[in-house]
Ligand binder design. Structure first.
Ligand code: GLV
Ligand code: MN
Ligand code: MN
Length: 417
């Protein structure tokens, strides 16, 4: 069944690229990127396009209780646990064309390529678009794949509020027509593979095309609320102010220095800030901001988080402010399945592609799936390692290579009928 060059069924790199570019038109930003935030009307449009493509490829589509879209390609033994792949079609507000969309559309291209080659697999295949991987709008990301993997309760996922506290995941799923009836997870799966751009500089720098991903670092996120008191910008003397914004600025600077002083260094980010009342001539009375901190060593991560919280409290006390620090998500570092990692290495070798082992700095739905089934990831290079940025770019040739590896590892697992 194996064609020349170690290829089981050739993926069509042009078709994959065209699909990526067509998807990127939905939510296209002026700077050449994509803003397709989860459960918005743009997300609905992206989902509709994906569902149409799945149906054209003969996949049976179902939507589960968390809005995950599952395209299933029947196997000769359709009762066997499926081999699953997928990623996310939602993006950052100023994101790129490839983060997430690549993994979903690479999965679709696997199905299309198998159709072209007339191959039926022994076990079924499933291609999934996970709901809200990015966690831009709702209180936490990667929750829908977490429910699927049994990490979170369905009720927690469905009732997850948005940051402004005006709606919930379930309400927005219903609004965009993706509040599905299928159970979220709860069935055995054979393995999960996710293809993704690296989002870092290693593969490009080292001239490797494929990254066999060993695991991902731990991550904790916090919502911090700093409360002072509003006042008149012209009349309230500087020495009498309880300025929540000034307190926040001090906290952010201190947090940044805390990270820089740790060895080995974590990554720590404040990317979300909301000021009340956000008016030029009112002293800010309340600020809400986020902390996202990640480290490969779970004990060090826990220690840094304790110090971060203590630091926010010390700054608040010094400035006469109140502060609340609430953990919004926490995930330990994870190691992917040795068999899945090796399958990626073997497939890359068979295809004559340069491959190296690599760690993921980013979080992925695969990190949740790793709790429930053997899981692995395939990275391909992206230009200058840039991601979460409109300038994110990847080469069609590398994307096709990663997709071919995805096909090979899925087939190796599912078997050919
Ligand atoms: C996902 O994009 C993450 O935050 O790692
Ligand atoms: Mn991603
Ligand atoms: Mn992302």
């Amino acid at each position: 069944m194996t064609a020349g060059g170690g290829i089981t069924a050739p993926v069509n790199g042009d078709r994959l690229w065209r699909s990526l570019m067509e998807m990127a038109e939905i939510g296209a930003t002026p700077g050449g990127g994509v803003g397709r935030i989860a459960l918005t009307d743009l997300d609905r449009a992206g989902r509709d396009l994906f569902v149409g493509w799945c149906e054209e490829a003969g996949l049976a589509v179902r939507v589960d209780r968390m809005g995950n879209i599952i395209g299933r390609r029947a196997g000769a033994d359709d009762t066997a646990p499926p081999v699953v792949t997928g990623s996310h079609l939602d993006s950052q507000p100023l994101g790129g064309k490839f983060d997430g969309a690549y993994g979903v559309l690479a999965g679709l291209e696997v199905a299309r390529a198998l159709n072209d080659a007339g191959i039926t697999t022994q076990a079924p295949l499933e291609i999934i678009n996970w709901t809200d991987e990015e966690g831009v709008r709702f209180a936490a990301g990667v929750v829908a794949s977490g429910v699927y993997a049994g990490r979170f309760d369905l009720d927690y996922g469905r009732n997850l509020p948005d940051r402004e506290g005006v709606t919930t995941m379930a309400r927005e799923l219903a609004r965009i027509g993706y509040d599905g009836a299928a159970p979220c997870g709860g069935y055995p799966i054979s393995a999960f593979f996710e293809a993704h751009i690296e989002q870092g500089p290693v593969l490009e720098r080292e001239g490797a095309v494929i990254g066999a991903v060993l695991g991902a670092q731990g991550q904790r996120c916090y919502a911090v609320t700093v409360t002072g008191e509003e006042g008149h910008a012209g009349t309230l003397p500087m020495t009498l102010r309880r300025d929540a914004m000034v307190g926040t600025a001090r906290m952010i600077d201190a947090l940044n220095r805390l990270a820089l002083d740790c060895d080995p260094m974590p990554v720590l980010t404040t990317g979300y800030v909301q000021v009340r009342p956000n008016s030029r001539n009112t002293v800010p009375g309340r600020v809400a901001f986020s902390i996202d901190v990640r480290h490969p060593d779970d004990a060090m991560l826990a220690d840094i988080c304790l110090r971060a919280e203590a630091l926010c409290r010390a700054v608040a006390e010094d400035a006469g402010l109140q502060v609340e620090v609430a953990e919004t998500s926490a995930r330990e570092s994870i190691a992917f399945d040795p068999g899945c990692i090796d399958a990626v290495r073997v497939a890359a070798r068979r295809l004559g592609l340069t491959c190296r082992d690599i760690h993921s700095g980013a979080g992925h739905d695969a990190c949740n799936l790793a709790r429930r089934a053997p899981a692995g990831m395939i990275f391909v290079p992206c230009r200058e390692g840039i991601s979460h940025n409109e300038r994110e770019a990847a080469s069609p040739v590398d994307l096709a290579a990663g997709c071919q590896v995805l096909l090979e590892v899925m087939i190796a697992r599912a078997g050919i009928a």
